[in-house]
Write a protein that binds this ligand. Sequence first.
Ligand code: AR6
Length: 168
Amino acid sequence: MPTITPVLGDITTQEVDAIVNAANNAMRGGGGVDGAIHRAGGPDILRDCIARFPDGLATGDAGWTTAGDLPARWVIHTVGPNYAAGQRDRALLESCYRRVLEVADELGARTVAFPLISAGVYGWPLPDAVAVAVETITSTPTKVEEARLVALGDNPFALLREAMPPSA
Ligand code: AR6
C-alpha cells in the first residue's frame, strides 16, 4: 500500500515519477489542472496525446504520455466522470485511481502525484471525491510507494488531511 501524502499546492511543480492529469475524453487539453499541466509541460504533451490517443480515452480509463518540461517523467492522464453532466457512478471515479496505479506499475513509477479527479469542472462533491481518492488508493495492490494527493486550495487540503488513514 502506498504512503499517502497530502500536499497543498500546484501539481505541476511536484518532483515525482508521474503526475496525474484530470483530462476529458478528447485528450486534447482543457481547463483546470489539464490546462495547467499542458501549459507547464509544453507542446510535447499534446503531440504525444495526439499520437498515442487518436480516438481519445474512455471515462474511467488512464494512459500515459511524456511529461515534457515538467519535473516528472510521465503524465498519466485519466478521465473522471462528469458529475455535473449526470455521470454519478462512483465506480467510474474509483476506476480512475485504480487504472492510474496500474499504468504507474507498467511504467515502474514509484512516486505519483494525483489531483482530486472530477472535483473541479466536473462537479463531484468534494468530501466524496476526497473519500474515493483515499479509499481507492489504500485498497489497490500496487508497487507505487508514495501517492501524493495535491489540493490547490485550503478547503480541499483540510478535507484531505481529515480523510487520511490513521497511520498517515
Ligand atoms: N494543481 C493541483 N490541483 C489543481 C490544479 C493544479 N494546478 N488546478 C486545478 N486543480 P479540474 P475535473 C484542482 O476542473 O473536475 C478540464 O477542463 C481543482 O481545484 O481540473 O476532473 C478537463 O479538460 C479540483 O480540485 O478537473 C476536463 O474537461 C481538481 O484539481 C475537465 O476540466 C480537479 O479539477 C475535468 O474536470
